[in-house]
Design a protein around this ligand. Sequence first.
Ligand SMILES: Cc1ncc(COP(=O)(O)O)c(C=O)c1O
Length: 348
Amino acid sequence: MNFASDNWAGATPEVMAALGRANDGFAPAYGNDALTQRVTARFAALFEREVEVWFTATGTASNSLGLAALSRPGGLVLCSSEAHITTDEWGATEFQSGGMKLIALPQVAGKLQPQDVVDALGRYPAAGRFGTPVALSLTNATELGTVYRPADIAALTAPARAAGLAVHLDGARFGNAVVATGASPADLTWRSGVDLMSFGGTKNGCWAAEAIVVFAPDRMRDLAARRQRAGQTFSKARFVAAQFEAYLDDGNWLRWARHANAMAERLRAGLRASNRARLGWESEANEVFAVLPGTSVAAIRAAGGSLHEWPADSLPVGQRPEAGETLVRLVTSWASSADEVGRLLSML
Ligand SMILES: Cc1ncc(COP(=O)(O)O)c(C=O)c1O
């Protein structure tokens, strides 16, 4: 019963086999190998346009270096109060950008609302006394398992772009968002006003394959230098490329994400039907949030199960756990099984 994180899952057999194949002989270093060139072309096909692809090792590196390349002194980045960049990354964006400030905005189940972006732009006018907004950062699928559809993204990016901001997308779980929305990668990104994204592979079947995908290179400054100085320029880039090639081959990434989302939906269905537990909110991707009796959480852990407790203030006042209850996050992955979902539900 592994529901702590999709990061706890291993890499898929396809990815491991690709790594083995890439290990054959010598190849030019630092991304000048044929495999890396091929994968860059695959990204262009996936997004239906030319893109720049910059491999990194972690989502934090992608987010912070991508945003840093947009930076200017006194720069502000608008994001949701649940955004990984503000809650979990230990100031990486602030550090890599030389001190940009993240402005955390209200969210509903992890999703920013257009009016809140408009209000923030009013509160933080360009070159006003609080700094200058330079970027809006969205996450899809969100940290709370919900998803933005292309129209949602366009409604958020329109006011930001009109005010001159660039738009960054944290796609640590982009595959889950593509599957949940049924929208194309292009529609979920540049066609809806996204300038650059952190494209995640690790959570969905790779072991360390992340990339900054840039749709608007003219907005980016010094990304090569920033990546080099952060120690994120891979000499043996072919091994990251190999993971991405296996990821994108035959729609593997969508198959893996579809499985993870389906396992999450199974969990949600069981939780909706339970009289011992309740969903914190409806999500659509591979993260499920539920209020469980503390005794159930203890029993699941005692049986070897893993899950994370989640801050109750992610829930509106009035829906927060009562005494003896806990809000938990349950994450499914390509490696989750219907059997372990069934076992967890039966323990409730
Ligand atoms: C939404 C989101 N973005 C970024 C990351 C960063 O991942 P990493 O741990 O690879 O830096 C995570 C990891 O949990 C995440 O959930």
